[in-house]
Design a binder for this molecule. Structure first.
Ligand code: F6P
Length: 548
C-alpha cells in the first residue's frame, strides 16, 4: 500500500481558499456577461503562435483567477517549467528528463541533445526526398508508391492525426497509411490495396518491443517476401524509428535505415522526432519543419508569458478548478474542423496516459481526482450524437472548442456554417433557455396551458455550462504545432499542480503481462488453476490450444 497523503488541502496551503471561493460562488454565466468587457478581459492571444484562447465562458472572475494563479505559484509552476526545458530529470520514476522540447529546437544546435536531433533531421530529410522523388526503389526497381507506418499509441496517434490535418490538397508522390491494431484485419484490409513491389514499411516503436507493432511488422515482412522480395532486398522495404537499435537490427532492418530516438523522448511526446516520419513523407519534409517551428513558438510562450496570460497554464488552471472544486470528471474536446477529427484521440493518450495516476511524485496515494476522462469528436458531427447530454444531461462536462478562422476548403459558405455552429454551441451551453420562455412561446402558438407547461420542462436547457474556445488564425503546420504543444504543456502544468509525474505510464504494464500469460497458456492448452472462472471460460470458448 502506498503511504497515504492527506489530499490537496494538506499539500497546498492556498487550496482551501479556492474551495471556499467555490462554496461562495453564486454567479450564473449569463449574468457574468452583463460586464461588456468580460470577453476581452478573459481572452489571451499568443500572437506568434496564431492562437487565441477565449476563456470568458467559464465560472470564473478576477478573484478566481488570482486564487488559481496562487495555487500555481505555490506549486512552483514557473520553476517546474524551467526544470522541464533545462532537461532536469523531471520524469523521476524513470530517472530521466522529458526533453520533447529539444526535438523542436530552432537555429544552431547548442546542446548534445540538439546535435543528435539535427543529425536525425538531416537523415529524415534525405530519406524523404529519396522516396518522394522516386530515387528510392523497391526490390524490382520500381519507385515506392505507398508507405505504411506500423506503430501504436504515441507511435501512431500523433503522426496519423497531423498527417490527416496537413495533407496537401494536390496529389502527392506517395500515399501514407497507418496500421496500429493487433487485429490482423487492420493490416490485411490495407494490404489488398497495396503492391509489395512498391510498398515501404516504417516500423515505428520507441521500445521496438511493443506486441502489436512486432506482430504487424512480422506479418508485413512475410507479405513482402511472399510478394517476391528476396531476403537480401528487404532493406528496400523496411525502415525503423526507434531508440532500441539492436532490436531493430535483429529484426532485420539495415542499420542505415534506422532513425534514432532517445530515452528522453516520451512515446506520447514523440511525433516531433523520427516518429514524425510519416508526416514528412505524406506532406513533404518542409511541412514537418514548419510544424516543429510552430511548436517551438509555444514553448517560448510557455516559458516566458506571465501565468495570467500563459495559455497552457490557464487551460491547466481551468481544468484544475473544475476537477478539484466542481466535481468534473470529464472534459470534451470539440474541434470544429474535419481535418482535426483525430485531435480528441491524440489528446486522449496525451492527457489520460499522463495524468491517470494514483500516487504523488514521491509515491504517496492521493485522495483527489487526477486525470479526467477526455473524449470528443469533430464538430458538427457530435451535435447530432452526444451534444444532447452536454446540453441537458446531469454531468458537468467542461468543453474545449477548437475553431479555425480561415476556411479549410474552397467551400466558404460551409465554413461559415461550421463556425456559426461552433459559436452557437458554446453560446447555447452558456445561456440555455428557460422553461418560462419556452412555455410562453408554446402558449402564443395556441397550445393548451397544461400541455405547454409540461412540454416546456422537456425543452428547457439549463445552460450555465462552461467552455473554452481556442481560435486558430488558420490551419497551418505552424499553428497546428503550436496547438499540440499547448496541450502538451497544459498536461505538464496540471501534473505539476497535482503533484504527480505525468511522464510515466506504469499502469499499462499489468495488462500486457496478463495478455502474454493468457496467450501462452491458451497456446499450450494448460490453463493455470488460479484463474478466475470468467477468464477461464472465455479462453476455453475462444482460444483453442492450436491457436498460433
Ligand atoms: O503501452 C503504452 C505505450 O508504451 C505508450 O506509452 C507508447 O506510446 C506506446 O505504448 C507504443 O510504444 P512504442 O513506441 O515503444 O512501441
Amino acid at each position: 500500500m502506498a503511504e497515504h497523503d492527506c489530499g490537496l488541502s494538506a499539500r497546498m496551503a492556498s487550496f482551501p481558499a479556492l474551495q471556499q471561493h467555490r462554496r461562495d460562488w453564486q454567479h450564473e454565466l449569463r449574468t457574468l456577461f452583463r460586464d461588456s468587457e468580460r470577453s476581452n478581459r478573459f481572452s489571451v492571444s499568443a500572437r506568434d503562435c496564431g492562437i487565441t484562447l477565449d476563456f470568458s465562458k467559464n465560472h470564473l472572475d478576477d478573484e478566481t483567477l488570482q486564487l488559481l494563479v496562487g495555487c500555481a505559484r505555490e506549486a512552483r509552476l514557473t520553476d517546474a517549467v524551467q526544470d522541464l526545458l533545462r532537461g532536469e530529470r523531471v520524469n523521476n520514476t524513470e530517472d530521466r528528463p522529458a526533453l520533447h522540447t529539444a526535438l523542436r529546437f530552432q537555429g544552431k544546435p547548442q546542446t548534445a541533445e540538439e546535435h543528435a536531433v539535427a543529425a536525425c533531421r538531416e537523415q529524415m530529410a534525405a530519406f524523404v526526398e529519396r522516396v518522394r522523388s522516386g530515387a528510392w526503389t523497391g526490390f524490382s526497381g520500381k519507385a515506392i508508391t505507398d508507405v505504411v507506418n506500423i506503430g501504436i499509441g504515441g507511435s501512431d496517434l500523433g503522426p496519423r492525426m497531423v498527417t490527416e490535418a496537413l495533407l496537401p490538397r494536390e496529389p502527392q508522390p506517395v500515399r501514407v497509411h497507418f496500421v496500429a491494431n493487433i487485429d490482423g484485419a487492420d493490416l490485411a484490409d490495407l494490404q489488398w490495396q497495396l503492391d509489395p513491389e512498391t510498398t515501404l514499411f516504417i516500423v515505428a516503436s520507441k521500445s521496438f518491443s511493443t506486441l502489436e507493432t512486432r506482430e504487424n511488422a512480422l506479418s508485413a515482412r512475410a507479405w513482402t517476401l511472399a510478394g517476391g522480395c528476396p531476403e537480401n532486398a528487404l532493406h528496400k522495404h523496411f525502415v525503423a524509428s526507434t531508440s532500441n537499435i539492436p532490436a531493430a537490427v535483429e529484426f532485420g532492418i539495415a542499420e542505415q535505415n534506422i532513425f534514432p530516438l532517445w530515452d528522453w523522448v516520451g512515446g506520447r511526446y514523440s511525433l516531433w522526432s523520427a516518429i514524425g516520419l510519416p508526416i514528412a513523407m505524406a506532406c513533404g519534409y518542409e511541412v514537418f519543419e514548419q510544424l516543429l517551428a510552430g511548436a517551438q513558438r509555444m514553448d517560448v510562450h510557455f516559458a516566458s508569458a506571465p501565468l495570467e496570460q500563459n495559455l497552457p497554464a490557464l487551460l491547466a488552471l481551468i481544468t484544475f478548478w473544475y476537477a478539484q472544486c466542481w466535481g468534473a470528471q470529464s472534459q470534451v474536446m470539440l474541434p470544429y474542423a474535419q481535418r482535426l477529427e483525430k485531435l480528441p484521440a491524440w489528446l486522449q493518450q496525451l492527457d489520460m496516459e499522463s495524468l491517470g495516476k494514483h500516487v504523488t511524485r514521491n509515491g504517496k496515494s492521493v485522495d483527489y481526482v487526477t486525470g479526467v476522462v477526455i473524449w470528443g469528436s469533430a464538430g458538427t458531427n457530435g451535435q447530432h450524437s452526444f451534444h444532447q447530454l452536454l446540453h441537458q444531461g446531469k454531468l458537468l462536462v467542461p468543453a474545449d472548442f477548437v475553431a479555425v478562422r480561415k476556411p479549410m476548403s474552397t467551400l466558404t459558405r460551409q465554413h461559415n456554417w461550421l463556425l456559426a455552429n461552433c459559436f452557437s454551441q458554446s453560446r447555447a451551453l452558456m445561456e440555455g433557455r428557460s422553461a418560462g420562455a419556452i412555455e410562453a412561446e408554446l402558449l402564443a402558438k395556441g397550445m393548451a396551458a397544461a400541455e405547454a407547461a409540461e412540454l416546456a420542462q422537456h425543452k428547457a436547457v439549463p445552460g450555465n455550462r462552461p467552455s473554452n474556445t481556442i481560435l486558430l488564425d488558420e490551419l497551418t503546420p505552424a499553428t497546428l504545432g503550436a496547438l499540440l504543444a499547448l496541450y502538451e504543456h497544459k498536461v505538464f502544468a496540471l501534473g505539476t499542480l497535482l503533484g504527480i509525474n505525468p511522464f510515466d505510464q506504469w499502469g499499462v504494464e499489468l495488462g500486457k503481462l496478463l495478455g502474454e500469460e493468457i496467450f501462452t497458456a491458451a497456446s499450450s492448452g494448460e490453463l493455470p488453476a488460479g484463474w478466475d472462472a470468467s477468464t477461464r471460460s472465455m479462453v476455453e470458448a475462444c482460444l483453442p490450444p492450436e491457436t498460433e
